[in-house]
Design a protein. Sequence first.
Length: 199
Amino acid sequence: MTSDDLLHRLQTLEDREAIREVLHRYARGADRCDLELFKSCYWPDAVDCHWFFNGNAHAFADYVISLLAELRTSQHSITNPIIELDGDRAFAECQWYVLHRMELGDGSGRLLDQQLEGRYVDVFERRDGEWRILRRQTVTEAGREFVVEDLNAGIPDDLPIAGRRAPRDIVYAGMDILGMEVIAIDGMDLWEMARARHR
């Protein structure tokens, strides 16, 4: 194997990892409602076809981040990326799963969990060494909804157990979590607590 072969293999690995980083950054931007992070995944002239919004991707970002901010939480998981490189463009398919948790709005304190699954089919483009999405087509495969009790009710606000929006979520503390106070809790019988909620 020649040094040129090795350099080509290294560039291929770096390109694929950069594209995976964009996919994961997209999920963080969505779930933390971090508009600038979310927009950083798309070129300004990119197009996103999400079925409930089809058009310019930055306009989609402005729309969808404000929509997600209305929810209690959301959780996007992105898996199984298959990436085909073609010079400064790449074709990628990945699977996604999202949980939207929202207030039911009937005064009961119950929540509606909406679970959706599908795929993102993307064309990425590299400009000045940076990969971003140029065109995204969302494909929806399945969905379901459940009414649930709020399991975080009663948990003190100073515990970082619940996901929060930017910049209050613990992920924005980064390495500073090393200096955070640990609030000692010796353990609980989680399974008995779960059973008790349904007796």
